[in-house]
Design a protein around this ligand. Structure first.
Ligand SMILES: *Cc1c(COP(=O)(O)O)cnc(C)c1O
Length: 391
């Protein structure tokens, strides 16, 4: 075989639905020496990762740790541990991730009720209550930040709804954790999963999960074994708990990276981080509006880390995104499902939510569109007025 050159990946500006840009100190953590998964040093890393996760999630839950896998692995972990065959599960369908939750719950043997919802709008309590049809449920699943549509769901009405049907509340916080305030205990969330590559600004590969005491009790009370050996939290807890029993080899270097990523979140502070995401998203939204793009979500339902806009008439979705990537090194996302071909997704996540990125994005987009309703100067002025107003 001929010699193969080593990789030299291009340096992009990742302004899509994830992964997001990773800060240098997190990348450096990946390159630190690999130690054993039972090395006393590593056990200390695990303890600090859990403590920081608890702080960032706003929880005291004992059962809090990162699953070895991406966000979908965390989704699957929460569902397969809580659900036994025949259990009733209620899921809103206002985006791609609600659909995935329903699919996994069905595969786990649940009797799933899909509440119809509109893409680009909140589910809201009413639609779920109507679909629940007066029955009791084991789990109600809610996507906090729907990355396929750019909608932020309110959690308080969801907790009330779950109470009214006797259910545990399971929340997808993949895109919200690290970008929008998540207060697991205060919000009464029973099970939650997230991912590293969105607002935590870490490469993809781990999925933080957490279970409330009530959820733990439900897991302890199971009559059947969890169908997945790899994702069985009772087995994984023997490694994360004081027993330190080998279950599977932890992704050591990814855990270093998550440690650094969480450290940065704690250092910035959750409130400051939430504000930064809100302000920069408003600036981006104002700039896109000035270019004549129509935002897809009503203002009060928007998800700050992810803004969706209609592809302007007469503009080819794929070739415009290709130009942004080839000429300016910028990645934005296309639409999924009913938004495919007609919607762009702009992510301002974690480390990537900066004034600089907003300005680069708006000016590159203006240059790409050529004939837009407003000029790059108009877009920049609109964004600047948001920052001026929030200073
Ligand atoms: C990205 C994402 C997921 C899936 O995570 P993967 O890391 O791609 O497996 C799940 N839910 C939401 C809301 C997401 O944005």
């Amino acid at each position: 075989m001929q010699t193969v050159e080593s990789l030299r990946p291009p340096s992009r500006i990742l302004l899509g639905p994830g992964p997001s840009d990773v800060p240098p100190s997190v990348l450096a953590a990946l390159g630190a020496p690999t130690v054993g998964h039972l090395d006393p040093y590593f056990l200390g890393v695990m303890d600090r990762v859990r403590e920081m996760l608890q702080a960032v999630l706003g929880t005291k839950n004992r059962l809090t740790f990162p699953v070895s896998g991406t966000g979908s692995a965390g989704m699957e972990t929460c569902l397969v541990n809580l659900i036994e065959p025949g259990d009733r599960v209620l899921v809103g369908q206002n985006g791609a991730f609600g659909a995935r939750l329903a699919e996994i719950a069905e595969r786990a043997g649940a009797e799933v009720t899909r509440a119809p919802g509109e893409w680009g709008r909140r589910m809201g309590r009413e639609a779920l209550a109507t679909a629940a049809a007066g029955k009791k449920y084991k789990v109600v699943c809610v996507v906090h930040g729907e990355t396929s549509t750019g909608v932020l769901e309110e959690l308080a009405p969801m907790r009330e709804l779950a109470d009214s049907v006797g259910a545990l509340l399971l929340v997808d916080a993949v895109t919200t954790l690290g970008g929008v305030a998540v207060d697991m205990d205060a919000s009464g969330i029973d099970a939650l999963y997230s991912g590293t590559q969105k607002c935590l600004s870490c490469p993809p590969g781990l999925s933080p999960v957490s279970f409330s005491a009530r959820a733990e009790e439900a897991i302890r009370g199971r009559k059947t074994r969890v169908q997945s050996w790899y994702l069985d939290v009772s087995l994984i807890q023997n490694y994360w708990g004081s027993e330190r029993v080998y279950h599977h080899t932890a992704p050591i270097n990814m855990m270093y990276a998550l440690h650094e990523a969480l450290r940065l979140v704690v250092e910035e502070g959750r409130a400051a981080r939430t504000r930064r995401h809100e302000t920069n998203a408003r600036a981006l939204g104002a700039g896109l509006g000035a270019l004549g793009l129509e935002l897809r979500v009503p203002e009060r339902e928007r998800l700050p880390p992810l803004t969706t806009a209609r592809v302007p008439d007469g503009v080819d979705d794929v070739s415009a995104r290709r130009t942004l990537l080839d000429r300016y090194g910028i990645e934005i996302g296309g639409g999924l499902g009913p938004f495919k071909g007609n919607t762009w997704r702009f992510g301002l996540m974690g480390w990537g939510s900066t004034r600089r990125n907003v300005l680069i994005c708006l000016s590159s987009l203006a240059a790409t569109l050529r004939r837009s309703a407003g000029t790059a100067q108009d877009a920049i002025a609109a964004a600047e007025s948001v920052w001026a107003g929030s200073a």
